[in-house]
Design a protein around this ligand. Structure first.
Ligand SMILES: [Zn+2]
Length: 250
């Protein structure tokens, strides 16, 4: 195999062929040099697809929803005073959150034992059944995760359980006109209640199923978890990105 063949077969060349070349027109129309609201550095922002979701800061990889979330977290929390859980092993929010008094990064894989630590230091956790004690956290952060959790009500009840009074779960989810359950797992079997919708997943080329659409009505839908839901940022941008805060008051 010569050097050219090796290059063409490499992951970088595949990404170039599949993601960059077909989107070169979008890339040229949408590129920006500006201050990133996540890493706070001046950087090049490139969009690798028609959807704003694929617009990235080349320094920290944040897209608009991450920028909004980073800005909200920075303006409203002092991480060094807080015990923090992030439902992501390695997000672009990590430089902000790892300043926490404690900072637990998590991943989720069905079949993995909860509490197992991977070599990268992240811990297997299921947001509907965390291995953490009651009232042990001040801040939970998740970014476009909760719409993929089959039992979202259980995720919010569990957030309430592990948060201390005054603590909050700050999250992003795609902003839809109203809350709809799109799929359910019954007796271990998946049943679709609406046209299946898959979102891009870095770990699975087939994508990840959205069990939920979340609208502006989260307080009515999930307020019985004990959390108080507030839309704290957005909608902003073509994708109408938003940030939610679900706070435990007492
Ligand atoms: Zn950035």
């Amino acid at each position: 195999m010569n050097l050219f063949q090796r290059y063409v077969g490499s992951g970088m060349a595949r990404r170039l062929r599949k993601r960059v070349l077909p989107n070169i027109g979008i890339l040229l129309r949408t590129w920006q040099v500006r201050r990133c609201r996540c890493c706070q550095r001046t950087s090049l922002h490139l969009q690798f697809g028609i959807d704003e979701e694929y617009s990235k800061c080349l320094r920290c990889t944040a897209n608009l929803r991450y920028e909004l979330q980073a800005e909200y977290l920075r303006d409203n929390f002092r991480p060094e005073m807080l015990d923090i859980l992030e439902l992501d092993p390695n997000s672009c929010l990590r430089p902000i959150l790892e300043k926490g008094r404690s900072y637990r990064r998590t991943y989720f894989r069905p079949g993995h034992k909860p509490g197992t630590m991977r070599p990268d230091g992240s811990v297997m956790e299921d947001i509907t059944a965390l291995t953490l004690p009651d009232r042990s956290l001040d801040l939970i952060v998740s970014s476009d995760v909760l719409e993929h959790v089959p039992d979202a009500a259980a995720a919010f009840r569990e957030s309430f359980r592990v948060l201390r009074p005054g603590g909050a779960h700050v999250f992003t989810v795609p902003f839809e006109p109203r809350t709809i359950r799109r799929a359910v797992i019954e007796d271990g079997a998946l049943r679709h209640l609406a046209e299946p919708e898959y979102h891009a997943d870095p770990l699975d080329p087939r994508g990840i199923l959205a069990f939920w659409h979340f609208g502006p009505d989260l307080q009515e839908q999930f307020g019985d978890s004990g959390l108080v839901f507030t839309l704290v940022k957005g909608p902003e941008g073509k994708r109408r990105s938003v940030v939610w805060e679900a706070r435990r008051l007492t």
